[in-house]
Design a protein. Structure first.
Length: 390
């Protein structure tokens, strides 16, 4: 049974599983290499068709981990007969993240109905899952045989077995073939041994401990994505710079309560950064009253905005520093959107490290690339504390 391409988050939304992410990377690289070969290298006709057929197998053979898409770029260049690996790298860096996002969205769109049909089927039972997962083991198991019960013959067989096997010795010969249940237990003994026991903490109704408070906070779902937060703050900034009060009022009035409150918290953090006093308890209470948020939602949103503001400032600082080192303004704008996507509050740190390397392939100025890579690689490692990502 193949692993599903998607998995379900605790808040009920869906995301790509590790298998799905690997599939998305493969499809993205395959499409970019084919497009580059046909458009830049002018490979056409039968040669182009042969390339498309061979590429998936070559990628699967070459790539063992996500970083290989970056580390093995010279091999990809050689495969499509591009003598200038740097030229291919710049192209991949420019287009990889936008194309990857499209592939991810398409995979989710295609796989969610399949996932729901298989894993959210109300008639689905664990026994069916077991049969599907271990179908090969069941197929290999010998058929059960029946013979009439003969007490005297069975007693004689037991006697012979007792005579042939000495105490402490294993029976000789192959013996009967194990049944499927025995195969599973034998195969996964270590997993059963190392499994953690289930625990249950009764609700005493008393005050919660610090650990329980942290666990409760973690159970509150994400309130706003990093991309949406950046979109709101950038839009408001444009209205403020243009001194368009009417446009701002119309835009802000059309936002959802979550986005309105996100900007409220952002403005409060800006105020605090200027050494102005902020009554956080009072402000959180206002948000709860205005939007009918509970305490968990309001505090979670505040924490997200604080983390997002930190990350966004780091991205802007790194791009400004890179531009001072010679990176063209046009590339700065293009790279900005990709970095916002990379620093989204979802996914794994290993994926983000690879995505950052891939995007920076388009930065051909060594000093500019170095300043972005150093500052944002450090910021990526902080996401475990800021976002809780691993």
């Amino acid at each position: 049974m193949t692993q599903p391409f998607i998995s379900k988050r605790g808040d009920g939304s869906y995301e790509l599983s590790e298998t799905g992410l690997s599939r998305a990377y493969l499809l993205t690289m395959q499409r970019l290499l084919v497009h580059y070969a046909t458009q830049a290298l002018k490979i056409q006709g039968a040669e182009a068709q042969a390339l498309q057929q061979k590429l998936p197998g070559f990628i699967e053979k070459t790539v063992k981990k996500l970083d290989d898409y970056f580390d093995e770029l010279p091999q990809f260049a050689s495969f499509i007969k591009e003598p200038n690996a740097g030229r291919l790298g710049a192209y991949i860096g420019q287009h990889f993240m936008p194309q990857l996002e499209k592939v991810k969205e398409k995979l989710l769109e295609t796989e969610i109905p399949k996932y729901k049909a298989e894993y959210e089927n109300p008639y689905r039972t664990p026994s069916n899952d077991l049969i599907m997962l271990f179908a090969a083991d069941f197929a290999k198991a010998p058929p059960l045989t029946y013979k009439p019960f003969d007490p005297e013959a069975e007693a004689e067989e037991k006697l012979k077995a007792a005579e042939l096997v000495l105490p402490g010795e294993a029976p000789q010969g192959s013996g009967p073939k194990p049944q499927p249940g025995e195969v599973l237990l034998s195969k996964y003994t270590s997993a059963f041994v190392t499994a953690r026991p289930l625990t249950f903490t009764p609700d005493t109704g008393g005050d919660t401990s610090e650990g329980e408070s942290e666990q409760t906070a973690q159970s509150v779902p994400q309130q706003i994505s990093f991309r949406d937060f950046v979109g709101v703050t950038n839009a408001v900034s444009r209205f403020v710079k243009a001194k368009d009060q009417a446009g701002y009022a119309k835009y802000y009035g059309g936002l959802s309560p979550v986005k309105q409150n996100a900007y409220t918290f952002f403005a409060l953090f800006q105020k605090a950064s200027q050494q102005q006093a902020v009554d956080w308890s009072g402000e959180i209470h206002k948000v709860m009253q205005r939007s009918l948020f509970d305490a968990g939602q309001a505090n979670k949103l505040k924490d997200e905005v604080e983390a997002y503001r930190d990350v966004h400032n780091a991205i802007q600082r790194s791009l400004m520093a890179a531009q001072q080192k010679g990176m063209p303004p046009q590339l700065t704008q293009s790279l900005y959107g990709q970095l916002v996507t990379i620093f989204e509050n979802s996914g794994s740190l290993s994926e983000k490290r690879t995505a950052l390397k891939m995007s920076l392939l388009q930065v051909t100025q060594p000093q500019a690339k170095e300043v972005i890579s150093q500052s944002l690689s450090e910021k990526l490692e902080e996401l475990e504390g800021l976002y809780g990502l691993q």
